[in-house]
Every structure is written in C-alpha cells, then in structure tokens.
Design a protein around this ligand. Structure first.
Ligand code: URP
Ligand code: ZN
Ligand code: ZN
Length: 462
C-alpha cells in the first residue's frame, strides 16, 4: 500500500519546507517536490495549505491504571483512539510492579491490557516499587531483552509508590550500568505526609488542600535531591511532570553544569493554575493531580524553560478519573484519585499557546511534542521525524483552523474536560499511523488493535 501526502509544508524539529511524502508499506520511502508526477500511489492526501508534521509522541500516559481503589477510566482502546484524534501516534505508558511482584509479571499484565486494543503504537516504562537483587537483575533484562528502557521511581506517595533515597540510589546505579533512563516523580513525600496529616486534623478536607499540602518548594527540593543522587550514580535523569519554577531552577543549574538532566512539563501546568481548586463545591477535584496546579506565575517560567531548552518534552500525564471516582475523596482530599485527562488536547493546546502565542517556533513545537520524546525514549529515528526509512506516522495539521475544546466533542472516556470552552487555533485534520489513515476530518478510520508494541532502544541524549 502506497500513500502520498502531497502539497503540504513539512515541519521537522529543524526544517520547514514544501514537499510531498511517499509512504510504502508503512515506511517513508521518498520525500520530494511533485512526487505525484513520477510515482503512483493507492491513496493521495492533499495537504495543500497544511503543515505535515511527525505524529505526536506522548511519553507519559496512564491507561487502565489501578490507583486509589479504582482504575483510570481510559483503557488502551479509548485512550489511544482519543490520542489519535488529537494528533498523537505513539505513547509510552507506565507498567507498575506489584509489591512482592516481579517486573516481568508487571510487563505481561500491561502487554495484555494493550494487545488487541491499542489504535496507535505504544511502548512501556516500568514503575519500580521495590528494589532488591532480583528486581535489579530484572531491570537489566527489561533494557536488554524487553524493550523497556526507562524506570520511573517516586519520591512521594508513601505506601503507594515511594522509595527511600537508598533504594532510589540503588536503582539509579543499576540503570547507569544497563544504559536505561531514570524517570523521577520529584516531590518530597515526607514533607507532604506531615502537611496532609495536619490539614486533615484541622478539618481541612476540600480538594484545594491537595495543592496546599504539596508546596512547590517540596518539588524543588526533591528535584535538586534527585539530580544530586543521579549525579552520584552517574546516570541521566528525566524529571517527569515538572510543574514549578523552583524545580525548573534545579534542572537549569544541573544543565548549566553539564549534567545529563532532562525534564518534561505538561499542558495542565501551562494553561491551568491554583485558582481552579477554588471553584465551587467539589469541582476542584477535577484538578487533583500530583504535582498540583501552581500559582499562575509559574506558567511563564515554564514557557521560558521550554523556549530555552531547560525543558525538553511536553507530555500529558493523562490519568483520567470520572467525577464518581473523584468522589472517593468527597470528605478527604487525600483520597481523591490523582490525575486528569489530556491525551487528546495536547497538540492543539501547545500549538495554540506556544506557536500562535509567539512563545516557541513551529519547529520547537515539533521538537517538544515528538522529536525529543522520541530521542530520549529510544524511538528515534523510526519515530519523531519525517525522514526516509522512518515510520509513516504523520499528522496533517491545519494551522489556521480553530476549535473550541468541549467535552462533548472529545473522545476521552471521562466526564469532564479541564480546558472546557478554551478556543485553540491549530487542528489535526488527518492522522496516519505507519502510512494508514486512522483519522480523517473528525472520523476514526482505524481498526482497534492495529497499534503495535514498540520495543524501545536506550536513550539518545538531546
Ligand atoms: O496525578 C498524577 N500525576 N497521577 C498519575 C501518577 C503520577 O504520579 O504520574
Ligand atoms: Zn508521577
Ligand atoms: Zn504520571
């Protein structure tokens, strides 16, 4: 099957030029002007007036994830279809080691969740909850045999995910040896536990206390400590869902010293803020996530970090719960399942806020949402660019079209949209996964289950 995308403006992380793209059997085989004059194709997509960008890569999702006595409400079917509608053609989701369980068991569980359901390609990180000799041997096998080349460890969520510094350090040293990447949830869990206990003892149970008991300084401290630990272990570190200026300052210092420190932020930290927790009734629960939304002034610091390369990736931390699940914490904010939806809205939000907003170039938009995630997570150059030999994961993106983000128009399996009513300019119109059109003009044309597991290589530093 040959597909020709013609007449569009190709945008990669480094170049912008008018050209056609020919995809044969899922792989990009030709890039050039007026290819239609010399080649025949089974399908032709007219991209005149549109941008032709590499498919978005979201390296932080939680589909069908057990949390707080329930599960995130998008599974690999609904979540990946929603991702595709939003212009994302690959995700990296988090498999979770059970306490007392092996990494291989966890990986098998996540393979079963995804197989036959995913609409786009996917890989896995591994959340490590216990570190011992057996687990560390498995970490090597994950990297060398299973294509799982990154490990998330947590400095917060006591009795759920949190590891002590010694265990983190052991995991880091092992990862330094096996060539993997450490992904860090950097918040000071000890400080948070004390503040949560005090708030609850004082009868402060509303959703906003989730934010008030997780100060930005606790994220800054943990980020600095995580980087120091990684420096001692000699391993690159990737700080996930960075939300606060204090944390960004620690990453910037490390990078200025030449350390391999990387970080992602997410749209929620760029477009939403603490005031959302002050909404009436229980509405603030929609925004309960960790780290929490920050005071608005942090947003400009994050945008500067994105423009200046102290932040390299924008992912979503998509972890949706409906309001009935959020209500598990009706009388106690600490029981509200943490997480919010966003897998479908990332590309348009960032294009609108970043490129239309004059904060980043269109090439930087591609770099942050596709190329850098592909490089850091070992998917490049098959994914994350438009290049000969690469997968035909392509988004035809209309830079002039506008849409209003409404829950009723979105496809995520959740009963609210944190960005409700926000108007954005820049809309994906056609989405190809390995050369096959899976979204066109607002319609899903793919087949559930045709997304493939992608064994990842180890990182390329960016
Ligand atoms: O609130 C969040 N972020 N939920 C998902 C778990 C995590 O820490 O990424
Ligand atoms: Zn986290
Ligand atoms: Zn997460």
């Amino acid at each position: 099957m040959k597909t020709l995308v013609k007449g569009g403006t190709i945008v990669t992380a480094s170049e912008t030029y008018l050209s056609d793209v020919l995809i044969d059997d899922g792989t990009i085989v030709m890039i050039g002007k007026d290819l239609g004059a010399t080649v025949t194709a089974d399908a032709v997509i007219d991209a005149t007036g549109k941008l032709v960008i590499p498919g978005g890569i979201d390296v932080h999702t939680h589909l069908d994830m057990p949390f707080g006595g329930t599960y995130s409400v998008d599974d690999f079917q609904t979540g990946t279809i929603a991702a595709a509608f939003g212009g994302t053609t690959s995700i990296v989701d988090f498999a979770i080691q059970n306490y007392g369980g092996s990494l291989h068991e966890a990986l098998e569980t996540w393979h079963k969740k995804a197989e036959g359901k995913a609409a786009i390609d996917y890989g896995f990180h591994m959340i490590v909850r216990e570190v011992n000799d057996k687990v560390m041997a498995e970490m090597d096998e994950m990297v060398r045999r299973e294509g799982v080349t990154s490990f998330k460890v947590f400095m917060a969520y006591t009795n759920v995910f949190r590891l002590d510094d010694g265990s983190i350090f052991k995991a880091m040293r092992r990862t330094a040896d096996n060539g993997g990447l450490i992904c860090m949830h950097a918040e000071n869990g000890g400080v948070i536990d004390v503040l949560v206990e005090k708030a609850l003892a004082e009868g402060k149970t509303a959703p906003k206390y989730h934010a008030l008991t997780r100060p930005s300084k606790a994220e800054g401290e943990a980020t600095g400590r995580a980087i120091a630990l990684s420096e001692m272990a000699g391993v690159p570190i990737y700080i996930v869902h960075l939300s606060a200026a204090e944390a960004l300052a620690r990453v910037r210092e490390a990078r200025d010293m030449g350390l391999p420190a990387y970080a992602e932020t997410c749209p929620q930290y760029l477009f939403l803020d603490y005031s959302d927790y002050e909404k009436p009734g229980f509405e603030g629960a929609k925004y309960v996530m960790s780290p929490p939304l920050r005071e608005k002034w942090h947003q400009e610091a994050l945008w500067k970090g994105l423009a200046g390369n102290d932040l390299q990736v924008i992912s979503t931390d998509h972890c949706p719960f409906c309001m009935k699940e959020k209500e598990l914490g009706k009388d106690d904010f600490s029981k509200i399942p943490n997480g919010a939806p966003g897998i479908e809205t990332r590309m348009s939000l960032i294009y609108n806020g970043g490129v239309v907003g004059g904060r980043i170039s269109v090439n930087r938009f591609v770099e942050l949402t596709s190329t850098n995630p592909a490089k850091l997570m070992g998917l490049y150059p098959k994914k994350g660019s438009i290049t000969i030999g690469g997968d035909g994961d392509i988004v035809v993106f209309d830079p002039e079209a506008t849409m209003t983000l409404r829950h009723s128009d979105l496809h995520m399996n959740v009963d609210y949209n944190p960005y409700e009513g926000m108007e954005v300019k820049g809309v994906p119109t056609t989405v190809l996964s390995r050369g096959k059109v899976i979204i066109d003009q607002g319609k899903y044309l793919g087949k559930v289950g045709e997304g493939q597991f992608v064994p990842r290589k180890t990182y390329t530093l960016v």
